[in-house]
Write a protein that binds this ligand. Sequence first.
Ligand code: PHE
Length: 362
Amino acid sequence: MDENSMNEIEQLTQERPELAALARESLDAIEAAGTPAELEETRVRLLGKKGSIAAVFKGLGSLPPEEKRTLGQIGNALRTLAESELTARAARLKDAETKERLLREATDVTLPGRRLPQGHDHLLARVIDDVTDIFVSLGYKVVAGPEVELDFYNFEALNTPPHHPARSLQDTLYVRRSDPVSDDPKDILLRTHTSPVQVRVMESERPPLYVISPGKAYRKDEIDATHSPVFHQVEGFAVSEDITMGDLKGTLEVFARKLFGEERAVRFRPHFFPFTEPSAEVDVSCFVCAGGGCSLCKGVGWLEIMGCGMIDPAVFSHVGYDPEKYTGFAFGGGVERIAMLKYGVDDMRVFFENDMRFLRQF
Ligand code: PHE
């Protein structure tokens, strides 16, 4: 409070109580302003051209000199007082606002931090890793092969002759065909399985070989709950002297138990693949009902997980291995199918739709 101006006003207004009242009202109005906007309104009401303090100076000209002087002094003192009080009030309002904002924006450093969501491998990547790790622990090495492949590796060297149903345009996506009607080992295609890796490895290396090869494969399939034109397979094979079908079965049994549980059994059902002889489909005993029959195994008690067989001598002759000296087995299965069985997923499409609600479950 500007004491000097107030004292001056009190003395000067002894004869003019209405002006003393104006001084008090002005101070009250300034103090009552709660926001900068209200304070500005008050300033205009007091000091503006039509304001109540400005009004004191009106009509000063027609007064006698003595009165004119006194009234002029009062007006000036009122103006000085109002101005200094307005400035002080503005500073206090700003202070209060700053304090309030600091309080509102204060950081409580004792609160626990907010965790960022942590990502993780896609379920298919995890299944591929799990399967690969099992075979790596058995001494297999991981080899990748090209997805754009020559007919020679995908079919010809795998003992799949021209006009075999698996070669038909319906199944295979061709990148370049030299002749639209006949199959040519130089045709370029998207590999329809991971088995061409067998040929590529055998072509450049000598036995003993223990190889696991996960990767993508392509077929001209419509997308539905169990088909996708792009899918994943894991191929495995072993070539050495004296490898038997018993080794194959024992190996796949170890694999099935590590992936699906120690209680699992494995059975072979006779089948046909051009590049293995004999060939079999591999079933693992159902891990939900343990063979009794349930909805997962459709009452059968067994789940089909892959194809396998003893590498056909015709394949060995394509890569210059002596079929009299070497024997080997091979197996291959769909990663999506294994993942669906193991994690109870009933529609393959969810693997590729990237709906976070699905991905987060695993
Ligand atoms: N390549 C076969 C398929 O895609 C699976 C298989 C691999 C069968 C190795 C036998 C040996 O169905």
